[in-house]
Ligand binder design. Structure first.
Ligand code: IPM
Ligand code: MG
Length: 360
């Protein structure tokens, strides 16, 4: 039998990025040996690190390498150092360029509460126990990319800032399909979130999603306005299974959903296109305040590698093994600072990685 070989582009980025990426790579190498999966890793510059080296947050070489790989594993980008640069040179612009450049229109952000970490949530145990939500966020359209955009000067000499929230039917349909398919593999409940009581773009969104529903009679569809959805997420999060929403609403709601679980340091994400390489990255940022101190939680990065195996490379067994190892190290009481609670064993990033490898 010939061994499966995958070309993986690593984008360690800034802050804690390199430390957590190193752990994920070690874990992938171990799992690769066990299951006879070959990984060829190439590393490229992105974010602040790329700005320092080349002046641009997403050098053309990096995008090219990502295009030519089977999957991209990204850690985190950004930091205070680059916060005051002009917009085209900011690390975030590199991330948006990567999403657009690879056509990654579907962003899957799971937020499931782990029994081991239930007390890390700021919400009451009975509210969050059993929460298991998947946010499907549209990622290459809406107000993030709509035209016109910019800061313009009016006839009276006043400056006016403009962004445009726009979706075509085709854009809504393709994210809608991903969401219905996702819900179908979960608890078959899909909630579409919009602002159709005020925005025309949302009215179109709702019309298309409603139309699509007839192709998925096994999935129960509901609709919520985004303000109500935000409220329901913190009031009674267990009513949700899969949520589908536009770029901006998804940005906001996925952070809220993440915090139900107690720590954003545990959550992975997948960004997928029609075909071609997906990007897999933790939901958290680059945490410059603790960078280089061996304090970071590598578990979201490791779980992002698991998502890469499941959604990007179709290696569910490998994904499952990594996820089980994460649960085991938590069962064994190992905690990084962000998820620490009394009676547990505080470990650093490296030691958490070693514990994972021992479990594997
Ligand atoms: C996210 C982030 C990004 C976004 C930023 C860093 C551009 O908040 O991935 O949620 O707004 O999409
Ligand atoms: Mg965000």
């Amino acid at each position: 039998m010939t061994q499966q070989r995958y070309r993986i582009t690593l984008l360690p980025g800034d802050g804690i990025g390199p430390e957590i990426m190193a752990v994920a790579v070690d874990v992938l190498n171990v799992i690769g040996e066990q299951l006879d999966i070959g990984f060829e890793f190439s590393e490229a510059l992105m974010g602040g690190a790329a700005i320092d080296a080349t002046g641009e947050p997403l050098p053309a070489d990096t995008l090219e390498l990502c295009r030519n790989s089977d999957a991209v594993l990204l850690a985190a980008i950004g930091g205070y150092k680059w916060d005051n640069l002009p917009r085209h040179q900011r690390p975030e612009t590199g991330l948006l360029g990567l999403r657009a450049g690879l056509g990654l229109f579907a962003n899957l952000r799971p937020a499931a509460i782990l029994p081991q970490l239930i007390d890390a949530s700021t919400l009451k145990r009975e509210v969050v126990e059993g929460v298991d939500i998947m946010v499907v966020r549209e990622l290459t359209g809406g107000i993030y990319f709509g035209q016109p955009k910019g800061i313009f000067t009016t006839e009276t000499g006043e400056r006016r800032g403009v962004n445009t929230m726009a979706y075509t039917e085709a854009e809504v349909d393709r994210i809608g399909k991903v969401a219905f398919e996702t819900a179908r593999k979960r608890n078959k409940k899909l909630c579409s979130v919009d602002k159709a009581n005020v925005l025309e773009v949302s009215q179109l969104w709702r019309d298309r999603i409603t139309k699509l529903a007839s192709d998925y009679p096994d999935v129960e569809l509901s609709h919520l306005y985004v303000d109500n959805a935000a409220m329901q997420l913190v009031r009674a999060p267990k009513q949700f299974d899969t949520i589908v929403t536009s770029n901006l609403f998804g940005d906001i709601l996925s952070d809220a959903a993440a915090m139900l679980t107690g720590s954003i340091g545990m959550l992975p994400s997948a960004s997928l296109g029609e075909n071609g390489s997906g990007v897999f990255e933790p939901v958290h940022g680059s945490a410059p305040d603790i960078a280089g101190q061996d304090k970071a939680n590598p578990l979201a990065q490791v779980l992002s590698a698991a998502m890469m195996l499941r959604y990007g490379l179709n290696q569910p067994t490998a994904a499952e093994r990594i996820e089980q190892a994460v649960l085991k190290v938590l069962d064994n009481g190992y905690r990084t600072g962000d998820i620490m609670s009394p009676g547990m064993t505080l470990v650093g990033c490296r030691a958490m990685g070693d514990a994972l490898i021992k479990e594997l």
